[in-house]
Design a protein around this ligand. Sequence first.
Ligand code: SGN
Ligand code: CA
Length: 517
Amino acid sequence: MKKNFCFIVAVFAIHVLQCFPVSAQNKTTRPNIIYMMSDDHGYQAISAYGYGLNKTPNIDRLARDGMLFNRAFVTNSICGPSRAVMLTGKHSHINGFKDNHSTFDGSQQTVVKLMHDAGYQTALVGKWHLISDPQGFDYWNIVPGQGDYYNPDFIENGVRKRVPGYVTNLTTDFAINWLDQRDTSRPFFLIYQQKAPHRNWMPEEKYYHLFDSTNFPVPSNYFDDYSTRTRAAHEQEMEIATDMHYAYDLKLAFDLPSEKQTGLASGWQRIFDRMTPEEKKKYEAAYGPSIEAFNKAKLNGKELAVWKYQRYMKEYLRCVQSVDDNVGRLMGYLKKKGLDKNTIVIYTSDQGFYLGEHGWFDKRFMYEESFRTPLIIKWPGVTKGRMVTNKMVQNLDFAETILEMAGMPVPADMQGKSFVPLLKGSKKGNIHDALYYHFYENQEHKVAKHIGVRTDRYKLIYFYENNEWELYDLEKDQSEMHNLFGDPAYHKVQAMMMETLKGLKQQYRDPEPHQVN
Ligand code: SGN
Ligand code: CA
């Protein structure tokens, strides 16, 4: 009954907004909103999170002026699904986009369409990855699929062309160009989604030598043997030591002989061939010496695994550096145009990422590094600055939060909750006592399908393809090295977590897996 009432109120409110002339709505000076989302940007690689790996002064400035979330999570740690959840405020099984091979049903309700209908100008630049054309945007300019780092193709309102330059800078150019020509009498909602720092980590020329002399600390569980964990951790194919390609990932070769151009080697050749001859020359000059040194050293075993880790970290963090520069560029533009006072800026990633923890790159698992995602929000006049919260929120809440920030009602069929109260400084209660997770894509990197639940202290994971369970006490075991499922000392906790999992599965109306109902 209460739900129905909320729904009627929501529909009525949307109707009223639609009937109002746009100029009348603007008198209330609704905030502009920029949603910045990078691809695979782990929180460990943002200096405001304190991991000491790199420096991201521009993203850090958002935290200085806003709120940093230590416990922001996704519902399904992979690209397309995460984006679909953000747009709809609904879990994957409801919005229909369960894995990267799905196609987004663009006819459904999204936060973008709601904002657009209420008079916001809407634009999307950068990565999209939802297969179907974007809907609800006044302007869109996206990279096809994963996009390319060098001289990428962009599809601008349906027209595809190759654009010379580096993708992270170009994405910002397009954002700024659009902001420059927008209708300044109306508020805007800009979705700015960087392709970087997604695999295969091709840095911008100016950063080829950044971190050359840095030796990154090897994570304490880099040589994890997965004992105590179930089959899923043993069977994954995302280990830095064994699953990285020598050219595509590790940049240990330039042009490849044609007989070698298969699989990831052909992927590498395609990417390398997007560079101009001059760019190739600069690349070869920069990477040549390290390849020579590597060939001479003839490393093997643990030494080789550590060399790969260092190479990976350098390449990944070099790409992050350009992302941070471009956050700075966009923020500089807002300031120059006097828009910084009335523009909310959200910085996040489509999921977290392993930077060597458990020996891994990539994401997918419900373990913290990929389940968690960075989240920093600056809301001028509302966030006090240097605010930090440990309250759990999820990307399921983003659409609802954005709508509330814009002064709009939240449709009753969205499944998340607005966390505006946290941004306003409320410390009372929780947004969520427990979070629900469901990962579906057991293909590349071979991560078994799983569901799970996390509370402030515990995490329960069910790898349903294998019918195997894992339980963690995150207070005692932050790195999730000790699976406690079946441990008599945790008998009560286990039962409580099982009940919580079942409850959430029902609440969110997730029919799968049938084993848990
Ligand atoms: C590509 C990558 C994978 C990555 C997926 C999903 N392989 O397929 O390593 O897990 O994207 O990433 S690659 O050989 O093509 O680089 S996601 O962020 O789009 O979900
Ligand atoms: Ca991603």
